[in-house]
Design a protein. Structure first.
Length: 379
C-alpha cells in the first residue's frame, strides 16, 4: 500500500570475454566431463598430483642427472610421457632426439610445454598406442614410468614390452629395468576397522554385505612400519631387458618369517625398482618402513583377511601365492583385470601337515564386482 509501481529495466547481455586458446590445446579445451572420465590423464588436476612432490619424479630426475653419459647424443623414447616432464629432463641431459609418446590427449599439453621450453627441435610428441605408431628409427634407450599397483596392475608393461621389441636397439637400455615385489604380514587393525569392520554396525544397522565387498578388493594405503609382523618375502623379480608376457604373473610357494608376535589382519605388498646401468645405485622403493618427505602414487597394496589370526615367531608359515590376469586361456594378457589368491598354513618346527589359516582371493578390476565374484573371494 502506498508503493508506486516501477518497471524494472533489463540490463543488456554482457558479452562473454574473448578466450585465446593455444592451437595445441583446442582439442583438450573442448573436452567435457564425460570425456575426462575416459581420459583422466588429460585433466590438469591429475597432471599436478602425479608430479608435485612425488618420489618417482625425484627418482627419474636424479637418474638422468647422474647418468648423462648414457643419454648424451642418444635417440630416446619416453613412453607414457604425460606433460612431457621426463622428455624435457632427457633433452636437458643432452639427448639428440626424444620421441615422447602417450595415448592420452595429455600430449596436447606436452606439445605446448615442449614449445614453451624451446625443445621442439629435439622432442617430438606423438599421440597414440605403441601398436599404432611408427618411429623413423630405432632408439638407444626407453624411459618410462611403467609401474602400477603391486607392480603389475594398471601398469604400462604391455606397451613397454611391445616398444622394446619394435624399437629398442640391441644393447639399448630401459630406465628403470629391474623390479621386485614383496609380501608381508601386518597387524593393521585400525586400518581394517576403518575400511572393513566399520560396516558391521552403521548407525545401528547391519551392513555385513558391504563388508564382504570391502574384503574382496585390495586397498591402497600408507602402512605403518611398526605394525609389520614378518620380514619382507620376495615374490616376483623382473628384468625388463629379457622378461616376456608369459612371466607377468606369480604362482609360487611362499614362506613368511615372523619378527614380532601379533594378530595378522592383512597381507601387504610393495615394490622396488632400479636401473641396472646406473653410475651409482639408486632405488625407488614403496617400502612402508622407508621414511621420506616425498609422496607416492602407489602407496602399499593391502589384502585384508576375513578373520585375523595369531602369528608367532616360533612357528613356520608356508603357503602359496597366485597373482595373475583374469584373461581366459587363449585371450590376450590383461593387466586391468587381475586376481590374488593366498593360501597360508601354520606349521610347528617338526610338523609337515600344518593348520590352515587363510584360503582367500581378491579381485583387482576397474569396475564393481558382481555378487558371485564377491562370494568367490570369501575365505
Amino acid at each position: 500500500r502506498g508503493r508506486g509501481h516501477r518497471r524494472v529495466k533489463h540490463c543488456p547481455r554482457i558479452p562473454t570475454p574473448p578466450r585465446t586458446v593455444p592451437t595445441e590445446l583446442r582439442q583438450v579445451d573442448s573436452m567435457t566431463s564425460a570425456d575426462f572420465r575416459h581420459d583422466f590423464a588429460a585433466h590438469v588436476d591429475n597432471m599436478r598430483t602425479r608430479q608435485k612432490n612425488q618420489q618417482h619424479m625425484h627418482f627419474f630426475q636424479t637418474l638422468m642427472e647422474e647418468n648423462q653419459h648414457l643419454l648424451k647424443n642418444r635417440n630416446l623414447l619416453v613412453l607414457n610421457c604425460g606433460t612431457g616432464t621426463l622428455a624435457l629432463m632427457a633433452a636437458r641431459a643432452g639427448a639428440a632426439q626424444v620421441y615422447a609418446v602417450d595415448y592420452s590427449l595429455v600430449t596436447n599439453y606436452a606439445q605446448l610445454v615442449v614449445k614453451q621450453n624451446n625443445y621442439e627441435h629435439i622432442i617430438k610428441v606423438l599421440h597414440g598406442h605403441v601398436s599404432q605408431l611408427k618411429l623413423p628409427e630405432r632408439v638407444d634407450g626407453i624411459i618410462c614410468n611403467w609401474m602400477g599397483h603391486c607392480l603389475l596392475y594398471e601398469s604400462e608393461l604391455l606397451q613397454l614390452l611391445q616398444a622394446r621389441e619394435r624399437w629398442l636397439k640391441p644393447g639399448g637400455f630401459i630406465m628403470p629395468d629391474m623390479a621386485a615385489l614383496y609380501l608381508l604380514g601386518s597387524a593393521e587393525y585400525l586400518l581394517k576397522n576403518e575400511r572393513c569392520n566399520w560396516w558391521l554396525n552403521v548407525y545401528n544397522f547391519n551392513m555385513r554385505a558391504l563388508r564382504r565387498y570391502a574384503l574382496a578388493e585390495p586397498r591402497y594405503a600408507k602402512i605403518k612400519g611398526e605394525h609389520l609382523l614378518t620380514k619382507a618375502h620376495k615374490v616376483l623379480s623382473l628384468n625388463l631387458n629379457t622378461v616376456s608376457l608369459e612371466q607377468l604373473h606369480i604362482n609360487k610357494d611362499i614362506k613368511l618369517q615372523v619378527q614380532h608376535d601379533g594378530f595378522c589382519e592383512c597381507f601387504v605388498l610393495y615394490f622396488d625398482v632400479a636401473f641396472s646401468r646406473a653410475h651409482q645405485p639408486l632405488t625407488l622403493s614403496c617400502n612402508p618402513c622407508l621414511q621420506t618427505n616425498y609422496k607416492s602414487p602407489w602407496l602399499q597394496t593391502v589384502l585384508f583377511v576375513e578373520q585375523s589370526f595369531m602369528m608367532r615367531a616360533q612357528q613356520e608359515y608356508k603357503g602359496r601365492l597366485v597373482f595373475q590376469s583374469l584373461a581366459k586361456p587363449g585371450e590376450a594378457v590383461d593387466l586391468l583385470h587381475m586376481k590374488f589368491e593366498i593360501e597360508l598354513h601354520e606349521h610347528d618346527k617338526n610338523d609337515s601337515i600344518g593348520r590352515a589359516l587363510v584360503l582367500k582371493s581378491w579381485n583387482m578390476m576397474p569396475r564393481f564386482q558382481t555378487l558371485q565374484e564377491v562370494a568367490d573371494c570369501q575365505d
